[in-house]
Each structure stands twice: as C-alpha cells, then as structure tokens.
Design a binder for this molecule. Structure first.
Ligand code: MV4
Length: 504
C-alpha cells in the first residue's frame, strides 16, 4: 500500500475507555481522530480527547453506536479513511465490516469472512476440528433429536454439558450428570436458547470440571504471518463476565504454553485471520486444553498482554490494517514479568453484583510505578444506565506474580470512588485470598470462595465522607483563595482513614 493510500483519519466507533484507548494510540501515530457520541455522552471524556466529534443519536445504542448508516455518514462527512470498532457494539458485526469496505474505509479488525466463520459456533467447531485444534469430546454439530443426543452423551461419558449453538454468556447451558436427567435438561436448554437467541439448536460436550479460562492473544498480518502474544488467565468471573485477569497464567509450563500458542495460531490461520484476535480455551487440572471460541476483536483485558510484551496492540492493529507486515517473528517475543487487571464496575458485590450506575461524585485513580488506569468516566461525570457499567480498568505490572499482586493491593487501597458501589472491595477480597494468591482457582472462584460478609461494610461510607470532604474543600478553595486548609479532611469530625487494605 502506498503512503497516499495509508490510514490518516480514524473514526472511533465506540465510547468510554476503549474509545480513549484507541484515540491515544492514534495520536501517538500522528493520525487524526474522529469521535462519535450519543446525546447523554456529549460531554464524555472520549469526545474531548478526539480531534473532532459528531453527534450520532439518542442514548439507545440501537439508535446511535449500533447505527451503521449514521456511522458511515459521519465517516464520509469527516473524511475518515478507517474505522476502529473497539469491543462490543459493531466490533464483531461482519455486515458492518463489509459496509466499511464498500465505503472504501479500512476496517481496523479482521476480514468479514473470519468474523462470520467464528461467529457461528458450530461452524467454528467444525473448522477447528479440521485444523487439529483440540476440542472437548462432543458432537461437532447441533443435534436435533433427544434420542440421538442422549446416545451421543452415552458415548462421550457423563457428566456432559449441553450448550446453545448460537451460544454465549452461559445461556442455554445445562450440566447433566445422569442419563435419566438428559431429556429434560435438553428440552430446557433448547427453550432457553430459543428465547435468548431465537435459535434453539444445541450441541453436547464432555463437561470439564473446575476448568480454567485461558485465552491466547494472536496477531496476524496480511502477508501470511501469524504470531501469538502468550496467554491471559481470565478464570475469575461473575455471571460469565470477567472481573480479574492476568498474564501470564500461573499454571502453564513453557512447553504447554508453546503447545497452546501453536494451536491458537493454527486456529487463526484456519479461518484466514488478519489483525488482533483471541482464541479461548478451557484448561483442566491435568492441563488438557480444549477450544472454546475465538473472539474476533480487541478485548477488554488486552492491557495485561501489553504489559508483559511491551507491544501496543492498537498500534499493531492499525499497522496491519494498513497492510504493513509484522516487524517480528514468534522467536522475537518474550514474557517480561507479570500483569494483573482488575475491572472496576459500578456494581455492588454485596448484592450479587447488581449494577449501581449514577453520578460519579469522586474519582481519584491510583498511579505510581507499575500502575496503569484506563478509565472511561471522570469525576463529575456519570455511569450511564444505557451502557456497560464499567468505570475503569486498573492494571499493574510487577517483576513476578507476587509483585504484581502486591502492587494491585496497594493501588486498590489508593483508589477513591464515591457515588456508587464498585467491584473494588471484591477485587481486594480476591487479591488477599489464598486461592487466588496461590494460583489454585478455577472459573468457580466466586461461587466457591466469595463471601460478601468478608467485605468491609464501612468502605462505601468512608469513601463517601472522604469524597464529600474533598469536594467541599475544593469548593471552599475556589471561592476564597486565602481559605485555610481544614483541620482534618473529614466533614463529620471523624479522623481521615484511607480505604482499608487487605494485606495478609
Ligand atoms: C464449558 C465448561 C465446562 N465444560 N464447557 C461458559 C460460557 C461458555 N462460553 C463456555 N462456558 C463453559 N463451558 C465444557 N465442556 C464450563 C464453562 C464455564 C465457564 C467457562 C469460562 C469462564 C467461566 C465459566 C463459568 C462457568 C462455566
């Protein structure tokens, strides 16, 4: 691709922290950035960070961030020559990738046919089986008749898992431990899948007990080069959503890492993958690994990979979309230290992680050596009910796992948030738990180990007093330049106490 054809202006078709993440790298590469915003996002930080911003519609995502026509119109009006979709919204929509190509825009993501191949779960399973990627024993395709499926379950051996072909988020999933429960479980899975996805097809797999979720980051250029950037361990989840991730996984040996990395590269090559992607595996206690799915986008947890490899994944995505070859081979890549990410959501961990959106009265993020914070909301802003309630991602790096965890404990204790409950106390709980610290955990960590009673009940109160005191003092100072500092920063006469630290 000649220089005159190369990307110069990027439309960032997203909001929040990921829009800011993409804009920042564009700026470093000397590219012009165009943001888009829904009505309630008009003052959002991603809007101010971009060179230009365009209104795209009301709060409802279906009428703004998901409206392809409006986005393509903004691309035309702004003179953008590329689109970065971020994650969520249109990031894994092959029709949108096609529409971008038709409008002569570079889609900073994989080719539409790779998105389609991996979007259909049963088609992806067949493709992966052909490519020799290990899969849990099971029916590669959907099974229609209960008798046939029950027969397959016998062959696979109990316990089995019935999964929705249209899949995702654990919906339509049923564990079956005994043959006598199979028929009923299958009917329930089918009706749940029909309700959730409008597609009642299911398939049957060997159930992996106590698995870990380990995913490999891959990167492929348009010249036939594919590498992996090692793995991320994402087993700490609630309601099938990740809360804590780390890189590398503490259970993989160098040999297993190489074997899984090669399988991930084979998976990417089998679907003609170009750009950044992630191959997810389930890993059992004996380190057997099984393909789960491939995510054809940049992921929320990509910063832990950036921390241990030193590679800016968004910059790589843009270079690859520009037709440039990867500047390194697998042998050039090494793991440096360890990284942990805690997702800070506006949710109450004591109330089964119930979302708690609203105004963010106080937001003072930690900083210092080895700490990265990617936030999408700022103090004085609001966590909107219309979108994902994530406030920020807190990422630490350390020379080894223990170092990264201690930094995370320090950073969490430094974080001041008021106006809402957050997942910070849960993350503090995990960072001091024996199961997490020793690396002996599975995707069942929350169910098996989390005790909401172990959270410090006073945290939210302390944070609120601290916040109100800080806001009041800032206000006083803005009114009177000769204002005396308060005797204590607490407005209620109680001495200041920082967020309690959970350290062994
Ligand atoms: C499994 C499994 C055990 N055995 N498949 C959950 C969501 C879906 N995408 C795949 N999931 C699982 N598939 C077999 N054969 C256990 C899970 C699972 C899980 C996987 C990853 C992260 C968190 C999880 C929580 C519960 C169950």
């Amino acid at each position: 691709m000649t220089d005159s054809r190369s990307i110069q202006t990027v439309l960032v078709a997203n909001r929040g922290e990921i829009a800011m993440r993409v804009i920042r790298t564009c700026q470093e590469l000397g590219l012009r950035t165009v943001a888009v915003y829904s009505t309630p996002d008009r003052l959002a930080p991603h809007v101010r960070l971009a060179d230009e911003a365009y209104a795209i519609g009301p709060a409802a995502a279906s009428e703004s961030y998901l409206d392809m026509e409006v986005l393509l119109d903004v691309a035309a009006r702004s003179g953008a020559d590329a689109v970065h979709p971020g994650y969520g919204f249109l990031s894994e929509n092959a029709d949108f990738a096609d529409a971008c190509a038709d409008a002569d825009l570079a889609f900073i993501g994989p080719p539409p046919r790779a998105i389609r191949a991996m979007g259909d779960k049963t088609a992806a399973r067949t493709l992966m089986q052909e490519a020799g990627v290990p899969m849990a024993p099971g029916t590669p395709n959907a099974v229609e008749h209960v008798e046939t499926a029950a027969q397959k379950a016998e062959e696979i051996g109990y316990p089995v898992l019935i999964k929705a072909a249209a899949g995702g988020g654990g919906k339509g999933m049923r564990i079956v431990r005994d043959p006598e429960n199979f028929a009923r479980a299958m009917e329930m899975a089918q009706s749940e899948a029909k309700n959730a996805f409008g597609d009642g097809r299911v398939f049957v797999e060997k159930y992996i007990d106590q698995p870990r979720h380990i995913e490999f980051q891959i990167l492929a250029d348009a010249h036939g080069n594919t590498v992996h950037l090692f793995e991320r361990e994402c087993s700490i989840q609630r309601r099938h959503q990740k809360v804590i991730e780390e890189a590398p996984s503490s259970i993989l040996t160098p040999e297993k890492r190489e074997e899984m990395g090669q399988a991930a590269v084979a998976a990417a090559e089998a679907c003609g993958y170009v750009n950044a992607g992630t191959v997810e595996f389930l890993v059992d206690a004996d380190l057997n690994f099984y393909f789960m799915e491939m995510n054809t986008r940049l992921q929320v947890e990509h910063p832990v990979t950036e921390a241990i490899t030193g590679i800016d994944l968004v910059a790589e995505q843009i270079r690859v979309a520009n037709g440039e070859p990867l500047g390194y081979t697998q042998d050039d890549l090494t793991i440096d230290g360890h990284s942990v990410e805690c997702r800070v959501y506006a949710e109450n961990p004591a109330e089964n992680f119930l979302p708690d959106p609203g105004p963010l009265l106080r937001h003072a993020a930690p900083s210092g050596v080895g700490v990265r914070v990617d936030a999408g909301v700022e103090e004085g802003g609001e966590v909107l009910i219309h979108y994902d309630p994530m406030i920020s991602k807190l990422i630490t790096w350390g020379s080894d796992r223990d170092h990264a965890i201690r930094r995370m404990q320090r950073a969490l204790s430094e974080y001041e948030i008021a106006g809402m409950h957050t997942t910070i106390p849960f993350c503090q709980f995990a960072m001091q738990h024996d199961a997490f610290c020793s690396g002996q955990f599975s995707t069942h960590f929350v169910d098996e180990h989390f005790d909401p009673a172990a959270l410090h009940p006073s945290d939210a109160t302390f944070d609120l007093y601290a916040a109100l005191a800080a806001v009041a003092e800032a206000h006083t100072r803005s009114q009177k330049t000769d204002a005396k500092p308060m005797a204590t920063p607490s407005s209620n006469g109680r001495p200041w106490r920082r967020r309690r630290r959970h350290v062994q």
